[in-house]
Each structure stands twice: as C-alpha cells, then as structure tokens.
Design a protein around this ligand. Structure first.
Ligand code: UN1
Length: 522
C-alpha cells in the first residue's frame, strides 16, 4: 500500500517524466542458484533518496509464484546443507567474510546511493555484516549442546541443536546489509536453507550480499532471494506453509500481521520492531559528553535506527545548559547527500517517510504543544530539490505523554523532556510501549546501576548513546519491540536451531522411565 502510494507520488511528480535510461541495470531474483526474472515480467525502480532522478537499478516485482519457486529450491537444498558438517558450513561463511571485506568500498558506495546514509555510516553497516559473518561463522565449530546424567543406570542423556528447516527472512531498509547478515549467517551456520525478501527501498545491498554468498560457494538453493513489495512478495513469504520460521525486522504494526500469520500455521516467528529509546541526563552528568551522545543518537542515520535517541530526559538542574548547547549543535549539522564527505545528516528514505515525519512535526508543534527549538522544515531548494531532506529537529519542554514523546517517528526528530529526579526519569523512560534501548549519563555509580536495574529494555548504556550495539551481544527489546527473541550474540542460535533431547540406553533391557515404574526405585 505504502509502496503503491510511493509509485503514485512519483508518477504525479511535477517534474517532466524521465526518459527511460537503457543503461539502468535490471537485476534478477536468485533462486536455486540461478539469476532469474520474476514470472510477472515486471520490475520496480530502486531510487536514490538524495536525488530521485538517479535510478540505481530495476528489480523484480516478485509474486507468490516466485516465492513458491524459491521455497522449492530451499526445500531441495535442505538435506544436503543440514548434513554438511557445521565446521564445513563455517568455512564457506568465512570465505564469504573475506569477499565482503574485499568489496567493502563498493558495497558502501552502493548503500549510500540507495539508502542515503552518509558514507562512514554505510561503511559501518557493511562492517557490521563482516563482523557478524566472522563471529557467527565461528559457531560452526561450537554450536554447543550438552550432556546431563540420565535417571537410569546404563543410560546416557544429551541435547543437540538441529536446524529448524526452511526460513523466510524479511528485512528493512535502514541497515540493508547488516540486518540481512544478522539473519542469514546464523540461519546458515545452523544448517537451515532460506528465502530472503529485502526491503523494496534497498534491494541492492542485499543483492550484493547474496551475490557474495554465491561467490563464496554456498550451494545452489541454500540461499534464495526474491525482491518486491510487502503486499505480494512479503505476504507470500510470511504465509508460505513450508517456511518453518519467519524472521522479521520492521514496524510493530507489520510485525503483528506477521506474527498472526505465523500463529495460524504454527510457524516460529522472530520479530524485531519499533523503539522509542531514551537518554537520561542527570544533574551530575558530563553535559558536553551527553550532548555528543544525543546528537549522534538522534541524528545518526537521520534518526532512522530502531535504536535512535528519540527522547532525551534531562534533569532540571542542567536543563537550560543542555538544551542551549543541543540546539546550537543541531543547527550546525550539515544536511545533504550522504555521498558528500561534508554531510552530517543524509536524506530520509522516501516520500512516505517525509510525510510521516513532517506529520509528527506538525503534531508536536500544533497538537502536543511542545516547543520547536530548531528545525522542523522540509528542505526543497537547490541541491535538496530532488531528495527527501528534513532539517534535524529538536522539540523541548515536552511532556512525557505527548504523542511525539510516545510514538516512533523514525526520522531526524528528538524530544527533550524535563525531569527533577532519577526516579521520575526512569518512570518517564519506561513509560512507553517499546523497550529497545536506554541510556543514562551520570558520574554516580549508584545512579547508573539503579537505572540499569530499573529500565525494562533489551539494551542499556551508561555514559554512551542509545545506538551502537555490538554484534557479539544479543540485540532486541521488550514489550512492543519484540517477541522475546534476541538476534546477534550466541543467543541468535536459539532462533535458528531447535533442541533435540536424545536418550541412549545401553543396558540391553527395557528400562522404563522413573515415572513409569510401578514401584519407586528407592
Ligand atoms: C537497527 O536500527 O535496526 O545499535 C539496528 C545500533 C546498530 C544496529 C541498529 N548497531 O545502532
């Protein structure tokens, strides 16, 4: 629906229609080791959000038939891959890591062009995929199970991980290589085969990753990619009866639809969704450090991270100082094309995002009655004319129950809320429906630990911003952010493998389990 609107918006643009450019590359789906077009014969355009005249490529507009073909390929490859020893699977994945390192610069440039984030951050995204690949491939030589005593004599008990089967992966546009890697690499090391449907705004980065999988020698059918929109390709993945697991990262609203569909057919469902992350700044904080953290957390990736610092709760004793400096520093941020090394804040992803964010800016100003301290405008002149640019925006003097303090905006907007104590700050911080990331700036160890103990989030930072999670620690959140799973770390293995408990009786006779014995053994 949103995408249909996006296409409409483009068609209705006042600019003259673009002449079709023969030089724009047409990409394919990857199914069963072959690069194939959609059976629909249709494609959609991947457009640069900093300059919508720049068409990056055309990608297959896939249908449920394409998804069926991809799932069949994954089914065909499953036994071969699950029976490939895990250390051997890992060797192939280490080769993938080498390919990613070799191509980092190209992948980075491609990502900035399709997603908009500044080059250093796009490089960080690719690096996160590299780190995830190396770290998680290492599990191929661990994948630890356990043994434990059995109740009976001459009986052995143990537990091993087995792959869950065929996995459907649906990934977002904001980390277009890192998040696919968070899902693909653990799925693969555990012995699953998969179908990935990347976000329609950023298919090129996932294409690059899948292409690298092919080059690394992952056998045909183990990794399959179909591109397209959520309504058709995404829904077909979500509802496919042969996909035993769906792993989704995106909005809480779509996540709920995915979860319901999975519940209908008893599929495993792992969800990573929205956030309304908070930085608490106490009266003993290093205020300059807190401002640096706030700027980075609020405006890095143009605020389009699940972990973005979209609320800043500041103690009244340092409030004025904090707000003055925050606003001053926000004004100094340079908005522009992410490919320009001088740019601090790139565009937002598309026109729907512009409308949503501008809608929240209006709500903050006109309905909530917060004070707009800086920003608040869409930039449309000169270099900004063809892109989706919004000024970094700070609301101050906000109340905790305002919509801009409660709802996920996913753009370069942050809201400052005054507080007069740690207890009040924690209450405000916990008082949203999400639970991904929280941070406190304080020099007092007791306060830091108190907040750490009382914040009901999946991630917590002391004297650091709400963004910047590392791949070897579990990533995820509580409440409407997730459904109890964690990606990254070794904990991700609990998503992509299932436990098999095994009993080996070497007594040579029938031994009934203790509960089935007529007389108790004592
Ligand atoms: C996301 O926004 O969905 O912690 C992921 C961070 C990054 C990952 C963000 N390492 O900000």
């Amino acid at each position: 629906m949103a995408q249909a609107k996006k296409a409409l918006a483009r068609n209705n643009s006042r600019r003259p229609a673009r002449t079709p450019r023969a030089s724009v590359k047409t990409y394919s789906n990857y199914i069963g080791g072959q690069w194939v077009p959609s059976e629909s014969g249709e494609v959609f355009e991947n457009v640069n959000p900093a300059d919508t005249d720049d068409v990056i490529g055309r990608f297959p507009l896939s249908t449920s038939d394409d998804v069926n073909a991809a799932v069949n390929a994954a089914q065909g490859a499953f036994d071969g891959w699950r029976n490939t020893p895990a250390p051997r699977r890992a060797e192939i994945l280490f080769r993938l890591g080498e390919i990613l390192i070799r191509n980092k610069e190209k992948y980075t440039a491609d990502m900035t062009r399709e997603m908009g984030k500044v080059l250093t951050e796009a490089g960080g995204d690719v690096q996160e995929a590299i780190d995830c690949t190396y770290y998680t491939a290492g599990e191929g030589r661990r994948l630890h199970g356990f043994t434990t005593p059995a109740e009976m004599p001459d009986k052995f008990a143990m537990c091993v991980r087995q792959p869950v089967g065929l996995c459907g992966l649906i990934t977002p546009w904001n980390f277009p290589m890192a998040i696919p890697s968070w899902k693909m690499i653990p799925a693969l090391v555990c012995g699953n085969t998969l179908v990935i449907k990347p976000a329609e705004d950023t298919p090129l980065s996932t294409y690059n990753l899948v292409r690298a999988c092919e080059e690394a020698g992952i056998p045909p059918g183990v990794v399959n990619m179909v591109t397209g929109y959520g309504e058709n390709a995404g829904a077909a993945v979500t509802n496919h009866p042969a996909l035993r697991l769906i792993s989704f990262t995106g909005s809480t609203e779509v996540g709920r639809i995915v979860a319901s569909a999975c519940a209908e057919r008893n599929a495993i469902c792992s969800l990573e969704m929205g956030g309304k992350n908070v930085i608490m700044v106490m009266d003993d904080a290093d205020v300059d450090l807190a401002i640096e953290g706030a700027l980075w957390g609020a405006f890095g990736t143009s605020g389009q991270r699940c972990t973005a610092s979209s609320r800043i709760v500041v103690h009244k004793k340092v409030y004025k100082q904090f707000v003055t400096k925050l606003v001053e520093n926000t004004k100094a941020l340079r908005v522009g094309n992410g490919a320009d090394p001088k740019t601090d804040v790139g565009p937002v992803i598309n026109n729907d995002a512009v409308e949503k964010i501008m809608g929240y800016i209006r709500i903050g100003r006109d309905e909530d009655g917060a004070k707009l301290a800086t920003g608040g405008k869409r930039l449309t002149r000169n270099d900004y004319a063809n892109g989706h640019f919004i000024e970094p925006t700070v609301f101050i003097d906000a109340a905790a129950d305002m919509r801009i303090s409660q709802e996920e905006i996913f753009g370069p907007v942050t809201t400052v809320i005054p507080t007069n104590s740690l207890e009040d700050a924690v209450q405000i911080a916990n008082g949203v429906r999400y639970g991904l990331s929280a941070a406190i700036y304080t020099q007092n160890v007791n306060r830091a630990f108190k907040a750490m103990n009382d914040m009901y989030t999946g991630i917590f930072y002391v004297n650091a911003s709400t963004i910047g999670a590392e791949v070897h620690l579990p990533f995820g959140g509580t409440k409407a952010t997730g459904n109890g799973h964690r990606e990254a770390g070794t904990q991700v293995l609990d998503i992509f493998s299932e436990w098999k408990s095994i009993y080996v009786d070497f007594s040579g006779k029938l031994q009934r389990a203790q509960i089935d014995q007529v007389e108790s053994p004592q």
